[in-house]
Write a protein that binds this ligand. Structure first.
Ligand SMILES: *[C@@H]1O[C@H](CO)[C@@H](O)[C@H](O)[C@H]1NC(C)=O
Ligand SMILES: *[C@@H]1O[C@H](CO)[C@@H](O)[C@H](O)[C@H]1NC(C)=O
Ligand SMILES: *[C@@H]1O[C@H](CO)[C@@H](O)[C@H](O)[C@H]1NC(C)=O
Ligand SMILES: *[C@@H]1O[C@H](CO)[C@@H](O)[C@H](O)[C@H]1NC(C)=O
Ligand SMILES: *[C@@H]1O[C@H](CO)[C@@H](O)[C@H](O)[C@H]1NC(C)=O
Ligand SMILES: *[C@@H]1O[C@H](CO)[C@@H](O)[C@H](O)[C@H]1NC(C)=O
Length: 668
């Protein structure tokens, strides 16, 4: 038994909760910067696995560490199509939205709102897809027991159950929740229409999404990974997909509850098993041009399925492949496969979106997918996709079994003071938003810098046709400093008197938590409420006006974003997102209770409150939101704003001395 005792607005509440008590070890999270992979020793959730790999050795021969990069003041031939700061968004596995987004439309996860708000502040808006393996078997029903928004069912599909993504039922509340999120942060949504049963189409999501989300619905993906063996019969072909897409298109057009299908659908979302050209050869784009919102693909450069699914294939040792992620070829080898298709998409004036991607499918690799190396990889990969005329890419977020998550809420059995874990790859999304900014008019080119060295890639961004920003990557880990490179930027016109530089740095590509962007961080495992912490550090570097050069040092490892000029009236390096200080954003009628994220995580069905565990000695204060008791119903259409009014701090006091589980109930 544990009790929580807190002081709230003059009311003292004593809440007794029966709980079976186990302390979930958190020792490994402290982590060290050294050590080798020891995957077997960790038994907790993957998202918190402390495995560190060894950084790859310093390349021999070392590329030039001093070199000149000539810059063109006007966009050179080959620059990309205009890109938006929303380029990198997120793809969230359907089965975990109740842990990541919120329990329902009036109970939202504030760390998630903050994480989206950070991107919006830099890039203008955010794009999120709800989908993945689980979307194909998801079914909308009108209601579920106990007013729940979502319920997972036991899977009859072996692959899905192995992937821990069981079929699920959900209610329209999910769409209201998305709409409520969009009223707070400018998030646009990609959703999916299941294509696992074309005899019995389930179009309800399209009907409800159109009504509830309006223009925040970016598109409806028709079928997920049609070329993925395991989801469909082995004979399933591009022509079968073409036909099935047509069945859905026709059914939507015949549906009187749907006002328009034009510009709404997304396909083919192939995962790399089919040759894309074979899909285009079916006449897919010509036939469905009117219905299409975008063309889509999905891709993972590797997989950890042998381990996760316990197949007979050899298990991949992440240490052995770590180096393959840590050079420019990792990005170019993926993206080059799609260049024919992105050019074709341009000719049809259609966006081309990487709808789901990450370091490796089947949860990613311990020590790799959650390392600083993955930040650099995702930066280079994202900027390479943008340079090659993709128009967006979504980093996949799985459950706590994922190593690759950009962000992870605490597990159901984590103590209350544990918070969210922001993964290294989230920094990449944040930075790409800064690289492109808010204009929607940034065009980017791979500078093939340093004589094409694969260890020192660099990109130039032309915002509204003005040379504006550079992104410079150093993939090498070398604490001695002798592999830090210095790029001498040479201007053919308009040499700036000084430039500003923000660095993304960590001690090593193996590092998991000591990562800073412009001096700020999301902290270690369980360390974040979704807001950057620390003091912003932007370096000012004077240029040599007589030589028309600026010298930029990039540490090994590291990334530098060079701001060549400040757009009028806006300091791009210091965006101030609107954020929320609580852990849950709620809007209920009688009382409003701010509870921490681990409480939210209990909503997913089979685990009751009493099964949650806590731990002592946090000493951390939580904020409680208080609503006005008389305000029983929110006014329709009234703008939501964060109610700081009445926010109360309370401190958890442990009764058992070991573990505390708290539950707040405010009595009016
Ligand atoms: C907590 O949850 C994780 C992930 O589900 C599980 O691996 C671990 O065994 C659980 N710990 C306890 C003490 O129940
Ligand atoms: C939303 O979830 C919260 C927390 O579980 C609950 O208190 C509230 O009643 C729910 N609201 C609706 C409308 O179901
Ligand atoms: C949020 O969603 C709920 C559905 O649960 C809805 O009743 C409520 O009006 C929404 N709030 C706002 C401000 O849109
Ligand atoms: C791209 O198109 C060219 C010319 O049609 C063709 O030779 C090449 O194989 C294509 N590449 C891919 C990856 O499809
Ligand atoms: C991207 O599109 C632009 C504009 O059409 C084009 O000039 C450029 O060559 C394309 N890039 C690639 C890698 O295809
Ligand atoms: C950029 O594009 C987004 C989404 O397409 C739009 O909402 C926004 O208004 C655009 N911003 C500018 C500055 O044009």
């Amino acid at each position: 038994m544990a009790c929580a005792f807190f002081w709230a607005g003059g009311l003292c509440c004593l809440v007794l909760v029966r709980a079976s008590v186990t302390v979930y070890s958190q020792e490994p999270y402290a982590g060290t910067n050294t050590g080798t992979a020891n995957v077997a020793s960790f038994t907790g959730a993957a998202a918190y696995d402390p495995t560190h790999l060894l950084p790859p050795p310093i390349p021999n021969p070392l590329p030039a560490m001093q070199f000149t990069q000539q810059l063109s003041s006007v966009p050179p031939p080959g620059v990309s199509v205009p890109q938006g700061g929303y380029f990198y968004g997120f793809s969230i596995e359907f089965s975990v939205i109740n842990q990541i987004l919120g329990i329902n439309g009036s109970f939202l996860q504030v760390p998630f709102l903050n994480l989206m708000s950070n991107i919006q502040a830099r890039g203008g808006s955010v794009r999120v897809r709800i989908g993945g393996n689980t979307q194909e078997t998801a079914t909308m029903v009108q209601t579920l027991p106990d007013g729940r928004m979502m319920e997972k069912k036991n899977s009859s599909d072996e692959y899905l159950s192995q992937m821990f993504t069981p079929p699920l039922l959900y209610t329209p509340e999910v769409l209201y929740m998305l709409a409520n999120i969009s009223s707070l942060v400018d998030v646009g949504w990609y959703l999916g229409i299941p294509l696992n049963d074309t005899q019995n189409l389930r179009l309800k999501i399209a009907e409800v999404a159109e009504q509830v989300l309006g223009d925040k619905l970016l598109g409806l993906q028709v079928g997920n990974e049609p070329d993925h063996q395991g989801h469909r019969p082995p004979t399933y072909s591009p022509t079968d997909y073409f036909n099935d897409f047509g069945i859905v298109d026709a059914a939507l057009r015949a549906d009187p509850r749907i006002s328009s299908v034009d510009g709404k659908l997304i396909g083919p979302s192939v995962s790399g098993n089919w040759d894309l050209q074979d899909v285009w050869n079916t006449g897919f784009v010509d036939t469905y041009r009117d219905s299409l919102a975008a063309l889509s693909v999905e891709y993972y450069p590797s997989d950890n399925c042998a381990k996760v699914l316990n197949t007979t294939d050899p298990i991949v040792d992440p240490q052995q492949i770590f180096n393959t992620y840590l050079n420019h070829t990792a990005a170019t080898s993926i993206v080059s496969k799609y260049i024919n298709s992105t050019l074709m998409a341009q000719s049809y004036d259609l966006p081309f979106v990487m709808l789901e991607t990450n370091t490796a499918s089947c949860d990613g690799f311990p020590g790799l997918s959650d390392s600083f190396g993955s930040s650099l990889w995702a930066l280079d990969y994202g900027l390479q996709m943008a340079s090659s005329n993709f128009t967006g890419a979504l980093l996949h977020v799985g459950g706590t079994s994922g190593y690759y998550n950009p962000f992870t809420p605490p597990t159901t059995n984590q103590s209350t003071y544990h918070s969210w874990t922001v993964g290294p790859i989230y920094y990449s999304a944040l930075i790409v938003a800064e690289v492109f900014g808010k204009s929607n008019a940034s065009r980017i080119i791979d500078m093939e810098m340093n004589n094409h060295s694969i260890y020192t890639p660099g990109y130039a961004v032309y915002d509204n046709d003005t040379l504006s920003r550079l992104g410079l990557i150093n993939y090498i880990t070398d604490p001695s400093g002798s592999s830090d490179f210095t790029a001498t930027l040479s201007f053919n016109a308009q040499t700036p008197t000084q430039v500003k530089v923000k660095y993304l740095v960590a001690p090593s590509v193996s590092e998991k938590s000591n990562i800073t962007w412009g001096g700020q961080t999301f902290g270690p495992t369980f360390g974040s409420d979704g807001r950057l912490e620390g003091i912003l550090d932007v370096q000012t570097i004077p240029c040599d006006m007589s030589a028309n050069t600026c010298r930029i040092r990039v540490p090994a490892p590291g990334f530098a974003l060079v701001f060549l000029h400040d757009p009028a009236g806006e300091m791009p390096e210091s965006p101030t997102p609107v954020t929320w200080p609580t852990t849950a954003y709620t809007r209920t009628t009688k009382t409003t209770l701010g509870v921490d994220a681990s409480v939210l995580a209990t909503s997913n069905g089979n685990q009751g409150m009493q099964e949650r565990l806590g731990s002592t000695s946090s000493g951390r204060k939580w904020w409680l939101e208080e609503d006005e008791p008389h305000r029983r119903k929110p006014k329709p259409n009234s703008a939501i704003h964060v109610r700081k009014r009445g926010a109360l701090a309370f401190t958890i006091i442990s009764c058992t001395g070991i573990v505390v589980l708290w539950l707040g109930i405010k009595v009016i």
